[in-house]
Design a protein around this ligand. Structure first.
Ligand code: FAQ
Length: 308
């Protein structure tokens, strides 16, 4: 009876809420995806935080601090959404710290110059929005609702990155070269954010049937390429793919092959910054132990006072 009601709700495009009955595998899939997403947000703070102290002006510094702070906030909404499924936040963090849960491959690349902050905003946040807008219609209510606010903030992040790159591409020859170099390095890893190709994506069919995912990895990757090509033209920068060309018949841009061996290596832990990212995250967690203890002690004191 419960299973039937669940299937009907999915078929009718109704939202599944925390107290509703759901199959164990649906719950487990959501906890995995939401946790990976939350981990990506908080690990994703590191590459950009690397440039806060070196931002070229007070305005750029204030914008960057706000963006990195938003990412912490996104992590918190997402851990909150995972908790509505019965997951324990400490356990999820422990799984991240011990390598038992993943975070997005993209955050294992270094930010070598200031232009990387622009390329991350334009391409990484752009890819994140392309992937996440459909998640606003995900069948699980708390995840879908968290996505609405996150997408609004990502949209601001994307624009600031684009504006930053535009300023550099219209600047001195050195600034322009720096912008081009950043786009050259971030383009392919951004395409990898959408996950493996459809014929090598073990989770897609089940997640599409449950309406957790609304489009396949390849569909969203294609959408992203189609959006970026005219934006790159407007920037006056080149995308590093000689195979990029408009295909009249398909109504889409064709693009060259993604290096899936590189993707697999990065997901396995062998990317340029995997070790550094995890080590920093573990250290930050340990350094923050006293804050968690103080907050818990304060909450206990307030609860005791309220009970008295
Ligand atoms: N990196 O069968 P599929 C952001 C894993 S945006 C690492 O296709 P699925 C914003 C996948 O999890 C980034 N692992 O799986 C920001 C699965 O792992 P499993 C985060 C990847 O779930 C911007 C296995 O490969 N966004 O943080 C990647 O159906 C700037 C098989 O793959 C999200 O997480 C990858 N790129 O589809 C923050 C969005 N791709 O089960 C700071 C929500 C796949 O073996 C600065 N997630 N894998 O452990 C999703 O939409 C989906 O989970 C996909 C993967 C599309 C990522």
């Amino acid at each position: 009876m419960n299973a039937e009601r669940f299937e009907r709700a999915i078929a009718d495009d109704e939202r599944i809420e925390p107290r509703d009955w759901m199959p164990d595998a649906y719950r487990a899939t959501l906890i995995r995806q939401i946790a990976q997403h939350a981990h990506s947000e908080i690990i994703g703070m590191q590459p950009e935080a690397n440039w806060i102290t070196r931002a070229p002006s007070l305005r750029r510094k204030a914008i960057l601090i706000a963006k990195v702070q938003d990412e912490a906030g996104h992590g918190l909404y997402l851990y909150g959404a995972a908790e509505t499924l019965g997951a324990d936040r400490d356990e999820l963090l422990d799984k991240l710290h011990t390598g038992r849960q993943k975070y997005s491959s993209i955050f294992n690349y270094p930010t070598l110059t200031w232009a990387d902050i622009g390329a991350i905003g334009w391409l990484v946040d752009g890819a994140a929005i392309t992937n996440q807008v459909p998640l606003c219609r995900c069948s699980y209510g708390p995840y879908a609702r968290a996505m609405v606010r996150i997408c609004k903030e990502e949209s601001f992040h994307q624009r600031q990155g684009y504006e930053l790159l535009l300023a550099l591409s219209r600047g001195t020859p050195e600034q322009r070269a720096m912008a081009q170099d950043a786009v050259d390095r971030w383009w392919w890893p951004s395409l990898m954010m959408f996950g493996p190709p459809d014929d090598a994506s073990p989770r897609s069919a089940r997640s599409m049937a449950w309406k957790i995912k609304r489009h396949t990895n390849d569909e969203l990757r294609q959408r992203f390429v189609d959006i970026c090509v005219p934006q790159a033209e407007h920037l006056g920068l080149t995308l590093p793919d000689p195979g990029l060309r408009w295909n009249e018949e398909r109504g889409h841009y064709d693009f060259g092959p993604v290096d899936w061996a590189e993707f697999e290596a990065v997901v396995r832990g062998d990317g340029p910054c995997n070790e550094q990212r995890l080590a920093h995250r573990r250290r930050a967690h340990e350094d923050g132990a006293w804050v968690r203890e103080a907050a818990a002690a304060y909450a206990a004191k307030r609860a005791a006072r309220a009970a008295a």
